[in-house]
Design a protein around this ligand. Structure first.
Ligand code: HEC
Length: 402
């Protein structure tokens, strides 16, 4: 219970901080793209862009300086804590849900039979290794070719997604790619955008020249952050949609949704600078519908490694027998070598519960779907009750406390 409350407050805080971060960043992009040439008297003061807005019962006048103000104002807002607190709360949440609860959420023994510490070290290596590679690439000459850089970056994310889906449960894999992207984005603020701004502020204060390269390096990273926002937000909500992360090629689903959503972001970026390309929205929507169609297609059954043949029949104790019966009544009409369900004539995703061995090996995923997320049985077609779920819950807790 206590952990659930901590998790609730952390998650809530994380979402609020994320709203503030992404909201501020959307606002500044919008601002930059809507600045107009100012009247002459403002130009003489060094203002290059000017904007008027009305909001919440007042008028606002915004001015963007070509270089900087003559003196640094006493109070200058930086907008960095939004990014840092989002990252810190997200990382704590990852530790609490996926690392403390590694056996339930991160490890899927049918994907790879890892111990919690093995899984956690792979997860951390993926996040911080990815950050390191990205940072190294940003500091290399590669950063002078934004298009090439963009493609390399995509390849890197594809490799990371592929690895994650070979190591972790579907949810665990998706959240690690989210954590990698979020870490890169917060890193962009911490390693480049903030230092560049500090140099600029110092230059203004000391009345020295501002080096245009400071702003350029920071610009590349804020462009990355901009295109990463929609994919990142998708990953944050993806754990409600098992059809995406449980797909046989979940890494491809993730890359496809990420790419199409970045493409849709591109429409808004162009729109802000006065270019209207509705074709992007239309192709983006078609792309999303095609992904949905592809993801929903019935999958080829992969051979179950634990087939009914050759598995010895074993004596079950009373509790095991109870679990076995619940699963036979509520799951095996779909998940069996010969399903009796009229729609699922082959076992969905090749998952079968004909023998005790098959059930025991899949204990963690069964528990996850029948007790935690409760999205199995599919649409509760077999009328599973809370008491039935509790039978599995109690059995699983006994297993995991051993
Ligand atoms: C009416 C048919 C039906 C019933 C009954 C059913 N399932 Fe499923 N199950 C599916 C379908 C379809 C999928 C694939 C889509 C998905 O993952 O949401 C699936 C997927 C799963 C998965 C994900 C497997 C993977 O590796 O991706 C698990 C775990 C699972 N079911 C467990 C259960 C359990 C436990 C029960 C009984 C409490 C159950 N199911 C009852 C249809 C069913």
């Amino acid at each position: 219970m206590l952990l659930d409350w901590i998790s609730l407050f952390l998650r809530w805080f994380h979402v609020v901080a994320g709203v503030a971060w992404i909201g501020a960043s959307f606002y500044f992009i919008w601002l930059d793209n809507n600045l107009r040439t100012p009247p002459d008297w403002k130009k003489q003061k060094g203002i290059k862009g000017d904007l008027w807005a009305v909001h919440g019962g007042g008028f606002y006048e915004v001015a963007k300086y070509e270089y900087g103000p003559e003196v640094i104002p006493e109070k200058l807002h930086w907008f960095k804590w939004e990014a840092y607190t989002t990252w810190i709360s997200g990382f704590l949440l990852l530790c609490l849900v996926y690392y403390h609860g590694a056996a339930i959420y991160l490890i899927d023994s049918s994907v790879m039979d890892l111990t919690p510490s093995q899984a956690i070290s792979r997860g951390l290596a993926l996040i911080f290794g990815g950050l390191f590679i990205y940072e190294a690439a940003c500091r290399s000459p590669l950063s002078r070719y934004p298009k090439v850089f963009g493609i390399m970056f995509l390849v890197m994310l594809a490799v990371a997604s592929y690895l994650a889906t070979q190591w972790f449960s579907g949810r665990g894999a998706f959240i690690h790619i989210g954590a990698l992207i979020g870490t890169i984005m917060a890193g962009n603020v911490f390693f480049k955008i903030m230092p560049a701004q500090r140099l600029m502020v110092d230059a203004v204060a000391n009345k020295t020249e501002i080096d245009p390269s400071w702003g350029l390096g920071a610009k590349l990273r804020s462009v990355h952050n901009n295109y990463l926002t929609l994919p990142l937000l998708f990953i944050m909500i993806s754990n409600h949609y098992p059809m995406t992360y449980q797909h046989q090629n979940a890494w491809l689903v993730l890359m496809a949704i990420g790419l199409v959503s970045a493409w849709i972001r591109h429409y808004f970026n162009l729109k802000h600078i006065g270019i209207s390309r509705p074709s992007i929205l239309v192709t983006g929507a078609i792309g999303m519908v095609m992904i949905a169609g592809w993801v929903s297609m019935p999958v080829m059954v992969k051979e179950d490694s634990l087939s009914t043949e050759n598995t010895p029949v074993i004596e079950l104790n009373a509790q095991q027998q109870q679990v076995f019966d619940v699963i036979q009544t509520h799951c095996a009409n779909c998940h069996a070598a010969n399903p009796t369900d009229e729609i699922f004539v082959v076992a969905p995703v090749g998952l079968m519960f004909d023998t005790w061995q098959q059930i025991e090996q899949r204990a963690a995923v069964i528990h996850n779907r029948a007790v935690v997320t409760k999205d199995m049985p599919m649409m509760n077609k077999t009328g599973m009750t809370e008491a039935d779920r509790q039978v599995i819950g109690t059995w699983f807790e006994g297993l995991s406390s051993k």
